[in-house]
Design a protein around this ligand. Structure first.
Ligand SMILES: [Ca+2]
Length: 309
């Protein structure tokens, strides 16, 4: 089961960083595949083009950490060995550590892990070849961070540019037939992706060709144009808002729009007002958050005057 908690961090010039977590425990047997296998995180609503990522294992404990390996598989199938044959061979209490290109490599398989440690992905040579993650894992078809067998893979080199939306899978397995453990707090995935593109919106107000007549309808029409590299949520909403002179006297009309073209119109009946404002807001509640607004001051005519014009 993918149980996901999304925590958004304010955007910076380098893009938006978001952490997704699956807190369900991962149980590591004495030998073989962990349960669940894989543990999954579903990502949605992010822009395409991963520019950085990190993985954190929460409350990892093991009687011999060096036994354990893990592989991360992206939604598009890209895969990388996160760690293997690291952390020493003495029992550790639950600790949380991260794998990030910004961290330092673990210098040998016998170096113990530190609580809160941030490490570059590392593999050492506990076995002659690469650890084999059986189906539905990727076998040995993944990028290898090394230095085991000369690997030099990095997280950004492997996953950079990927579309982050979809199911990320963490396969954990134990490759030595004694000693077991767990990742009691599950894992989290921190992704940096581009800021949402700015959408261009336009608003037109057709107030019966300039004549707003008491009791007649006027039409508000909005359009939102979204750049092609977008990852908006389907079914996002556009609102056109009629706002009278009093700011708190507002009414909204909402309609669903297509994925990339938010066009729509709405009619409102004019109430008895001499002068009033229409203000329309075209807003996107998906990942392409942006809005545009326009207002127009309208002077209503009396019915007789309009008929005579
Ligand atoms: Ca073991």
């Amino acid at each position: 089961m993918a149980c996901v908690i999304a925590v958004a961090v304010p955007s910076s010039a380098a893009g938006a960083t978001t952490t997704f977590q699956n807190p369900s425990p991962v149980t590591i047997p004495v030998s073989g595949s962990a349960t669940p296998y894989p543990s999954s995180i579903v990502v949605s609503g992010l822009q395409r083009g991963v520019s950085d990522l990190a993985v954190t294992l929460h409350a990892f404990s093991h009687q011999s950490p060096i036994d354990v390996g893990s592989v991360l598989v992206a939604p598009d199938g890209r895969a990388m060995l996160l760690h293997f044959c690291v952390g020493g061979n003495t029992s550790i209490s639950p600790l949380t550590f991260s794998l990030s290109d910004a961290g330092a490599s673990l210098p040998s398989g016998l170096t113990p892990l530190a609580a809160g440690g941030v490490y570059r992905s590392t593999s050492h040579g506990c076995i002659p070849g690469l650890p084999d993650f059986p189906p539905p894992g990727p076998g040995t078809n993944y990028a290898n961070p090394g230095p085991h067998l000369g690997g030099t893979a990095t997280l950004i080199g492997t996953f950079g540019g990927a579309d982050p939306n979809g199911t990320w899978k963490l396969f954990v397995a134990d490759f030595n037939a004694s000693s077991a453990g767990s990742v009691a707090g599950g894992w989290s995935l921190t992704l940096t992706t581009p800021d949402p593109p700015k959408a261009d919106g336009t608003l037109t107000i057709d107030a019966n060709k300039g004549k707003v007549v008491k009791g007649r309808k006027v039409t508000l029409a909005g359009r939102l144009d979204v750049p092609s590299n977008e990852a908006c949520e389907p079914g996002r909403q556009t609102q056109i808002q009629r706002r009278l002179k009093s700011e708190d006297d507002s009414k909204f009309a909402t309609f669903a729009t297509a994925q990339t073209d938010a066009t729509g119109s709405y009619s409102l009946k004019v109430k008895v007002r001499k002068t009033f404002f229409y203000r329309a807001v075209v807003a996107d509640t998906g990942a392409c958050e942006d809005e545009t607004s326009s207002s127009q001051k309208v002077r209503a005519q009396k019915k007789k005057a309009a008929q005579g014009a």
